[in-house]
Write a new protein. Structure first.
Lengths: 268, 214
């Protein structure tokens, strides 16, 4: 009997910009049905790693398997990497939803329009059916009443929740979050984190790059701590945050006292 | 000035509007093609488009008009002067509109395109549903500006023998010995036309405001 493939398997992944290597041979498996938080100092490569998983960045070497399927490149017998055709990339990528730091809602469409766009153009649903599904997703993030509003008429927190609904509408297996609250005012981060917490509770596979240490410690089932383009630590919050703690992690947490790290550092 | 002469001026203004609108429309179509070619990854499409833009932006419109007017008969194509004028105006504005559009396309934030990629849109859907509508919205103010510039620049086509608003004013000024009157009327008519164009542009911008980049 074989074990089920992990949701995401990353093998010897490296990424360089010109001569600067920012990810050095990352090996990482992301478990199905769990929330994995990628944390680490600025420039540690966590966003780059997430963007590689979404194939928005092409890794310089190494491979990524989504649900056992190679994304972007396939490793061949001789160890050569071959680029896969665009249709195949779209197919594998359809299992992944992405939520961006800048929301990236399409400004010329209403909230509902953003959520239903791919349902109509990609999945070929009728307008009526797409609208019904779109409204259901907006209800899920508590924004049913804002369906006909344009992004410019919504607060940052509302925009991000619409962006989450847009990703959910395509029924992805995996949701990726790239610092989803980093461009929000502090009083608006809560509403976004709550939606994410609910999704985690429903068993959605999520990978979250975040500076919200409190969120990572309470909602994350796995914490991956990146430092200088390497996975330095990978474990449950209990394993990572309990003493004796890795000195690099302690040093990192001390700079995030205001993001919920204080409770992790206070003496027991 | 008699009513009859004023009617002549109005008719000439109408002619100016028709030629300008036609040039702007034809120029927009050519401009879209040139812009697409300039944004193409294929060098054999890119460099002729760049050449087109640098020629029609770099040579004065007056010289272009005289060139086209004299070149076409020289290579055996006899065209009425109004056609030569239309070709000149259209090609000139096409070069500017291509660059305006290109600016619009390049200003579409990358994240919006990445979101479309993640939603699984094919390259054509991506272009038609996301890139082009956003780029066009970003280009509207520049398009209105260009329309006004062409309306005014259309006074130059009188050099190839088209009797438009400016030339009509000149003719009437010469025959009535009242240059001040006729040039004032001509100026007023240009101003009125451009006021309408600008107002239309504001309306369009207001209609698109809800969908602007946040």
């Amino acid at each position: 009997m074989t074990l089920p493939a992990p949701a995401i398997a990353i093998r010897r992944l490296s990424k360089s910009y010109g001569r600067t290597e920012v990810l050095h041979g990352i090996d990482l498996e992301i478990a199905r049905g769990a929330t994995t938080c990628l944390i680490g100092p600025s420039g540690s490569g966590k966003s780059t790693l997430l963007r590689c998983i979404a194939f928005l960045e092409e890794a310089t070497s190494g491979t990524i398997l989504i649900d056992g399927q190679p994304l972007g490149f396939e490793e061949q017998a001789a160890g050569r990497r071959v680029r896969l055709p665009p249709q195949r990339i779209r197919k594998v990528r359809s299992g992944i939803g992405m939520v961006f730091q800048q929301f990236n809602l399409w400004p010329h469409m209403t909230a509902l329009g953003n959520v239903t766009e791919a349902l109509v153009t990609v999945k070929g649903l009728s307008r009526q059916e797409a609208d019904a599904r779109g409204m259901a997703q907006l209800r899920r993030v508590g924004l049913e009443a804002r369906a006909r509003h344009y992004p410019s008429e919504l607060s940052g927190g509302q925009q991000q929740r619409v962006a989450i609904a847009r990703a959910l509408a395509l029924e992805p297996e995996i949701l990726l979050f790239d610092e989803p609250t980093a461009s929000l005012d502090p009083e608006l981060t809560g509403e976004v984190l709550n939606v994410m917490r609910d999704l985690g509770g429903e068993g959605m596979t999520m990978v979250v790059v975040t500076h919200e240490i409190g969120f990572a410690a309470t909602v994350g089932q796995r914490i991956v701590f990146l430092d200088h383009g390497r996975v330095l630590l990978n474990g449950t919050p209990a394993e990572l945050f309990a003493a004796p703690r890795h000195p690099r992690l302690t040093q990192f947490l001390e700079t995030y006292l205001d993001r919920g790290a204080a409770m992790l550092l206070k003496p027991a | 000035m008699t009513v009859r002469l004023f009617e002549l001026m109005l008719k000439a203004a109408g002619y100016t509007v028709v030629i300008s609108v036609a040039s702007i429309a034809i120029g927009l179509l050519i401009g879209i093609l040139v812009c697409a070619a300039k944004l193409s990854p294929r060098p054999w499409l890119r460099w002729p488009a760049s050449l087109f833009v640098s020629f029609f932006r770099g040579v004065p419109l007056l010289v272009q008009l005289l060139l086209i007017y004299n070149l076409l008969p020289a290579i055996g194509i006899a065209v009425p002067s109004v056609v030569a004028a239309l070709i000149g105006l259209s090609l000139c504005t096409a070069a500017y509109q291509a660059e305006n559009l290109r600016g619009g396309f390049l200003s579409v934030p990358r994240g919006l395109l990445e979101a479309a990629d993640m939603a699984g849109l094919s390259p054509w859907q991506h272009f038609r549903r996301i890139r082009a509508p956003i780029a066009l919205r970003l280009t509207v103010p520049a398009l209105v500006n260009e329309a006004i510039l062409i309306l005014k620049a259309s006074s130059l086509i009188s050099v190839v023998g088209v009797i438009e608003l400016t030339r009509t004013a000149q003719n009437l000024a010469a025959s009535t010995y009242e240059p001040l009157l006729f040039y004032s009327v001509a100026g007023g008519l240009y101003l009125a036309i451009n006021w309408v164009v600008a107002a239309g542009g504001s309306l369009a911008e207001r209609a698109l405001r809800r969908g602007r980049l946040a």
